[in-house]
Design a protein around this ligand. Structure first.
Ligand code: NAD
Length: 287
C-alpha cells in the first residue's frame, strides 16, 4: 500500500512539495481552511485529496506543515499534528528560518519535530536544509534523510540552525553587498546583474563556493580578503534603495515594478523547465 503524507497549508510550497511526493508514488492529502487553496492544490497535485480539517490524519505516515511563516501559527499547527498523527510519524516543518526550539515549544514531545526546508519549487530545486532537535532519536533523523533521498532531493543536516539557516544567510549577504554597490553609485541593478550572473553566477551553478575557491587558489583568496573585508558592507539595517522601493509599493514582478519594470505579459526566464536544465547540467558535471 502506498505511503501517505498529510500536508498542512496548501499554498505555494505545499503544492510543489505535494507534487514531489505524488510523483514518487505517495498518497497526498492537503489540509487548508481556505477553499480556493484546496482547489488550487487539487489542480496542482494529481490524485491528491484535501480537507479543511485534520480528520483522517490518523492514517498519515508523515506530516508536513507549510503554513505561513508566523511563529504562533506554526506552534498551533505542530501541537495539533502531534495529537492527530500516529506516534511514529515524523512531523516536518518547512519554515524558512524560525527556530525549531521556538516552533516546537508547546509540543508534548518537541523532539518529534524536524525542519525540512525545501526551496521553491520544492519538486524542482534539489537542496533541503534539515534541522532536528538535539535529543531527536537517531532513527527519526535517519528516516527523514532516507525519505528525502528517496524523493531524489539533496538533504543536508545542520548541526544547529542560526536564523536563516545556510542558504538564506548567503543569499542575504550577497544582496546586502549588491544593494550597497547601488547605494554607493558604483553600478546600476542591471549592470550588477550582468556582472554577477555571468561571472560568479555561472560558476556557482556548477560548483559550491568552497570547491570553487580550492580551484582558484586559497593564497589569492586570502590576499584579497585581507585588503577587501574592511571595505565590505556591514550595515545592520535595510538598504535605502530597497526600503524606498517597498515604501512606494514597488514589490517586483507581482506589482509591475521593482528594480526593473515588469509588463503584465513578461516572462521570468526562471521557469521550472529552465531550472531543470541547469540542474541536469550541474548533475552531469558533478559526475
Ligand atoms: N514561497 C517560498 O518561496 C518559500 C520557500 C521556502 C520555504 N517557504 C516557507 O514555506 C511556508 C509556506 O510558505 P508558502 O509560500 O507556501 O505560503 P502560502 O501563503 O503560499 O501558503 C500558506 C497556506 O497555508 C494556509 N493556512 C493558513 N493557516 C492555516 C492553518 N491554520 N491550517 C492549514 N493551512 C493554513 C493558507 O490558507 C495558505 O494556503 C512558510 O513557512 C514559508 O516561509 C516558502
Amino acid at each position: 500500500m502506498a505511503e501517505r503524507i498529510i500536508i498542512v497549508g496548501a499554498g505555494t510550497m505545499g503544492q510543489s512539495i505535494g507534487r514531489l511526493f505524488a510523483t514518487h508514488g505517495w498518497e497526498v492529502h492537503a489540509v487548508d481552511p481556505t477553499g480556493a487553496a484546496r482547489k488550487a492544490f487539487l489542480r496542482a497535485v494529481s490524485g491528491a485529496t484535501a480537507s479543511a480539517d485534520l480528520d483522517g490524519a490518523g492514517q498519515a505516515d508523515v506530516a508536513l506543515e507549510c503554513v505561513p511563516e508566523e511563529l504562533a501559527l506554526k506552534q498551533i499547527v505542530l501541537v495539533a499534528l502531534e495529537d492527530a498523527v500516529p506516534k511514529d510519524a515524523p512531523i516536518l516543518s518547512n519554515t524558512s528560518g524560525l527556530t525549531l526550539e521556538e516552533m516546537s515549544a508547546r509540543m508534548a514531545h518537541p523532539e518529534r519535530a524536524v525542519i525540512t526546508h525545501f526551496f521553491n519549487p520544492g519538486d524542482v530545486v534539489p537542496a533541503v536544509e534539515v534541522v532536528a532537535a538535539k535529543d531527536a532519536a537517531q532513527g527519526l533523523c535517519d528516516r527523514v534523510m532516507s525519505l528525502l533521498r528517496a524523493l531524489e532531493r539533496r538533504p543536508v543536516r545542520l548541526e544547529h540552525a542560526p536564523p536563516g539557516f545556510v542558504a538564506n544567510r548567503i543569499q542575504h549577504a550577497i544582496m546586502r553587498e549588491c544593494l550597497h554597490l547601488v547605494d554607493e553609485g558604483v553600478a546600476s541593478p542591471a549592470e550588477i546583474d550582468e556582472i554577477v550572473q555571468w561571472s560568479v553566477g555561472v560558476r556557482m551553478a556548477l560548483s559550491g563556493p568552497f570547491r570553487q575557491r580550492d580551484l582558484n587558489g586559497l593564497g589569492t583568496h586570502l590576499s584579497i580578503a585581507e585588503y577587501l573585508y574592511p571595505d565590505l558592507c556591514d550595515r545592520h539595517d535595510a538598504s535605502p534603495t530597497l526600503a524606498g522601493l517597498v515604501a512606494q509599493g514597488h514589490l517586483g514582478k507581482r506589482s509591475g515594478k521593482g528594480f526593473y519594470d515588469w509588463p503584465t505579459n513578461a516572462g521570468d526566464g526562471d521557469t521550472d523547465e529552465a531550472l531543470q536544465r541547469v540542474i541536469a547540467l550541474a548533475s552531469d558535471s558533478a559526475g
